[in-house]
Design a protein around this ligand. Structure first.
Ligand code: NDP
Length: 336
């Protein structure tokens, strides 16, 4: 991490790809630990929020300048002196963006989980629909939606891993789903996963669609801004708003006031804010028991955008912020 951006992150400036003097990973001392070869790393919208002045408090720590950025990934254990960790195991957890890492034990790898992958999904799936974004969707949908058959649900950033998982959970619950995304390719994907009303918010006004197809009982907000204003205006009485993200403001310098907030009391709306971490312990076991199986059976479908090589990370981060990713963005660091 090289420089704090003021607007959108700039590849080659905000994050730089650096090559240290060649070290032979198979010769480094392990001191009783184990060596992981990192296979895939996740690029997520919230990473923009970590590119900030560390004196500003937030729910996730700022990236330290001059250090590797880190995020969720899947790695393969290639050497081990730790009797609890076996060569050939695949580990999910929080990795520095580098090719190899040495850990003493699993507690050093934040959010570590040994993946058994009984369903033989691609490892990258454990970063999207079967990883943190899928958990976000599954946890908060189950915790907050109180969905009933026939409810009208609106989902923004519908083509991403969070939105597309929510859409499919809502369809399984018998809801009518309206979802927005920013390109025709994404709209085609939304239709392919069962979205009843899919529209491009760049060419059609969100409020017009919601007034025509609503009122809405559940709003899953990934975007904030004008989408939130439209959802407030088109909300039904007692609608539930699940406040997941506000990507429309992540890269802007000014904060814009949100219109229509008075609808919250006028229509007795309930707003649920959350971060995935606060619901993790309650739902994690159920998530891994249910979601990878549903994915393997084709009951939840997903789309990925695979970027090759660690050197592509800076560009991939920008692609997600700009909405140019075509699905869950991952970096393929190495083949097994
Ligand atoms: P996506 O892969 O969907 O990527 C983000 C998408 O947001 C882009 O592809 C783009 O799609 C859309 N977008 C970008 N800028 C704007 C804008 N100005 N207005 C409208 N849409 C925009 O991301 P995820 O599925 O991983 O995440 C979705 C949301 O969920 C994010 O807001 C993220 O921060 C949040 N999140 C929250 C968590 C929590 O714990 N609360 C955990 C994980 C994610 P398009 O082409 O449609 O514009």
């Amino acid at each position: 991490f090289n420089e704090i951006p003021s607007g959108y992150p700039e590849p080659g400036k905000t994050v730089v790809y650096d090559v240290s003097p060649k070290i032979d990973p198979y010769a480094v001392p392990l001191n009783g630990g184990f060596l992981v070869k990192i296979l895939v790393l996740s690029i997520d919208p919230y990473m923009r929020g970590r590119m900030r002045d560390p004196s500003i408090e937030s729910y996730q720590p700022a990236f330290p300048l001059g250090q590797p950025i880190d995020n969720f990934g899947v790695g393969l254990v290639v050497r081990s002196e730790n009797p609890a960790i076996k060569v050939g195991q695949h580990l999910y957890g929080f990795y520095d963006f580098q090719e190899y890492s040495v850990y003493r034990d699993l507690t050093e790898l934040r959010r570590a989980r040994v993946l058994d992958n009984e369903q033989t999904l691609p490892w990258s799936a454990y970063l999207g629909v079967c990883g943190m974004p899928g958990q976000t969707a599954f946890y908060a949908w189950n915790e907050f939606s109180r969905a009933k058959k026939g409810d009208v649900v609106f989902v923004t950033a519908g083509a991403g891993p969070v939105g597309s998982t929510v859409i499919q959970l809502a369809k399984q619950a018998g809801c009518k789903v309206i979802a927005s995304a920013g390109s025709e390719e994404k709209i085609a994907f939304l239709k392919s996963i069962g979205t009843d009303v899919a529209f491009n918010y760049k060419t059609e006004k969100t409020l017009d669609v919601l007034l025509r197809e609503g009122p809405i009982n559940i709003y899953w907000d990934n975007v904030g801004g004008e989408s939130l204003e439209a959802a407030l205006e088109a909300a039904a009485w007692h609608a539930r708003f699940i406040m997941c993200g506000m990507i429309s403001s992540y890269n802007s310098v000014d904060d814009h006031p949100v219109k229509n907030l008075s609808q919250i009391f006028a229509k007795s709306l309930t707003l649920h804010g959350f971060t995935v971490a606060v619901l993790h312990d309650k739902y994690v076991d159920r998530f891994y028991a249910e979601v990878p199986r549903m994915v393997a059976e084709g009951k939840i479908r997903f789309k990925e955008d695979v970027s090759r090589g660690l050197e592509s990370a800076g560009e991939a981060i920008l692609e997600v912020q700009k909405g140019r990713n075509k699905g869950k963005m991952v970096i393929l660091v190495a083949e097994e």
